[in-house]
Design a protein around this ligand. Structure first.
Ligand SMILES: [Zn+2]
Length: 195
């Protein structure tokens, strides 16, 4: 497993120090993931999202128990024209976002290697499938007691986008993940050239 000076290496988790506290709180809601190797890694930029969870390809066809996962985290992210550095994002918002990503990993864990490959393809090609996958991740987070954090994450996005009150109310009512909300915001403001 790769490591560097600014990361803490636990038995099976690699966590950058800047988000150590938030990751620990989110992980405490998922005792099922205690044995699961997960690396949290900062990236300069992730296309169209702030965080992204995926299985490590090298372990894709290993026994499910031995599979390891990567959660990539963008060093900054945009909502409309505003750019946020990770240090400017409130703790509970980060915890909610990490909890959502851990929800994806819970979902991945049940799947075979082949199923995960198909999952990746469908995620790229079907917006209906994205919705399903995002709902699954949020549902895991909410069922693991992270509902308030998930709401904090959504509120943060909504309150930093220049949306009409009507639209904000609708988003809050609908069961949407942080990823979906960010995508909707982008679509509203940059309707051209979307998937
Ligand atoms: Zn997601």
């Amino acid at each position: 497993m790769k490591n560097n000076d600014s990361s803490m290496n636990f038995e099976n988790k690699v966590i950058p120090e800047a988000i150590l506290k938030e990751v620990q709180i989110a992980l405490s809601h998922y005792p099922d993931l205690r044995e699961t190797p997960i690396e949290f890694r900062f990236k300069k930029k992730i296309r169209k999202s702030f965080m992204q969870a995926q299985p490590k390809f090298s372990g894709l066809f290993k026994d499910k128990k031995n599979r390891s996962y990567l959660i990539m985290i963008s060093e900054s992210f945009h909502i409309e024209n505003e750019e946020f550095q990770i240090s400017e994002i409130p703790s509970e918002v980060l915890i909610g976002w990490i909890g959502h990503e851990l929800g994806h990993i819970m979902d991945y864990q049940e799947r075979s290697g082949l199923n995960l490959l198909l999952f990746g393809i469908k995620y790229l090609t079907s917006s209906g499938f994205i919705k399903e996958a995002e709902r699954a991740a949020d549902t895991f987070a909410v069922n693991h007691g992270m509902g308030n954090y998930i709401l904090a994450t959504k509120d943060f996005i909504i309150n930093h986008a220049h949306l009409s009150q009507l639209y904000k109310d609708r988003i809050k009512r609908l069961y949407l993940s942080p990823d979906e909300i960010l995508n909707l915001v982008e679509k509203l403001h940059f309707p051209e050239g979307q998937l």
